[in-house]
Design a protein around this ligand. Structure first.
Ligand SMILES: [Zn+2]
Length: 281
């Protein structure tokens, strides 16, 4: 697979700003065992988002960004009043992935948009990520991880990233994101809850939620041999999970009138992404 790099001529490992990580460790140092408050989560989100934006290449093309934001904000509106101002960004990256940072900073990789066969699939992924934020999984994760020694483990992650030993994706993930990746490792229950959130919220936003199920299948098909798409690694998709989500979709009273495809719109966005990637190679 092709790899998009920010600095194609410079392969030296970039030491990240670590703002988010230090903020995270600073919060850990408070010793509080409660979940993050809304304000703490907002503060953490700002710090980590700053790292992400410094370390990853964001797509600035207005057509692409507006397309993802439109879907994202429709879902947020459908979810009802929220304590956070959600923000949606597109990251130029050829790995299928999407992730949520604390307080509603949501990032979608270009490869996810390219692999989505219709808007229902893309909205399924975004709906799932909004679910993690809306259900306060990151705040609760913080408490859960703390009880198993997150400070130690984040420290280990940081050390591994510094020596570039965390795996093939380390250079792409960037050190400041190690803590984020950690906060994005959700329990199976949290994954199920985010799936349920997506299935129940997407219809209110006008989208057919079955795309979440069919996109799981796309991701499974992408897995071959030892290769597993990143989204699958952080979002293990068992046959059981697919079946459970499909059952939930089948139980919805009616899906008539819900958007599965938006015609040429997604195709235009995908064309634009391919052109951008070609130009940036
Ligand atoms: Zn998830």
């Amino acid at each position: 697979m092709k790899t998009i790099r920010r600095n194609p001529t410079n392969n030296t490992f970039k030491v990240p700003s670590w703002t988010g990580l230090f903020l995270l460790l600073g919060l850990l140092g408070t010793g509080a065992c409660a979940p993050l408050t809304v304000n703490e989560e907002k503060q953490m989100g700002r710090g980590v988002a700053q790292d992400v934006m410094e370390e990853m290449t964001l797509v600035e093309d207005p057509l692409v960004v507006a397309y993802v934001r439109d879907i994202g904000f429709k879902i947020v509106k459908a979810a009802g009043p929220q304590p956070f101002d959600y923000k949606f960004y597109v990251v130029e990256n050829d790995v299928i992935n999407a992730f949520a940072l604390p307080a509603g900073w949501i990032f979608v990789h270009t490869e996810t948009i390219l692999k989505a066969r219709n808007v229902s699939e893309l909205s399924g992924v975004i709906g799932h990520e909004v679910g993690h934020v809306a259900l306060r999984h990151i705040a609760n994760n913080y408490r859960r991880q703390q009880s198993v020694g997150i400070a130690h483990q984040v420290g280990v992650l940081a050390a591994e990233v510094l020596v570039g030993g965390i795996g093939a994706d380390a250079a792409d993930i960037g050190g400041g994101l190690a803590g984020t990746a950690y906060l994005n490792t959700f329990s199976r229950e949290a994954e199920e809850e985010a799936d349920i959130f997506a299935v129940l919220t997407l219809p209110k936003a006008g989208y057919d939620p079955e795309g979440l199920v069919t996109f799981f299948e796309v991701m499974q098909a992408e897995s071959s041999g030892s290769y597993t798409p990143e989204f699958l690694r952080s979002h293990p998709t068992s046959d059981e999970r697919i079946k459970t989500t499909q059952r939930l979709v089948n139980r919805l009273p009616s899906r008539s009138g819900l958007l599965k495809s938006d015609g040429d719109k997604l195709i235009q966005v995908q064309d634009r992404i391919r052109k951008l990637e070609k130009r940036n190679k």
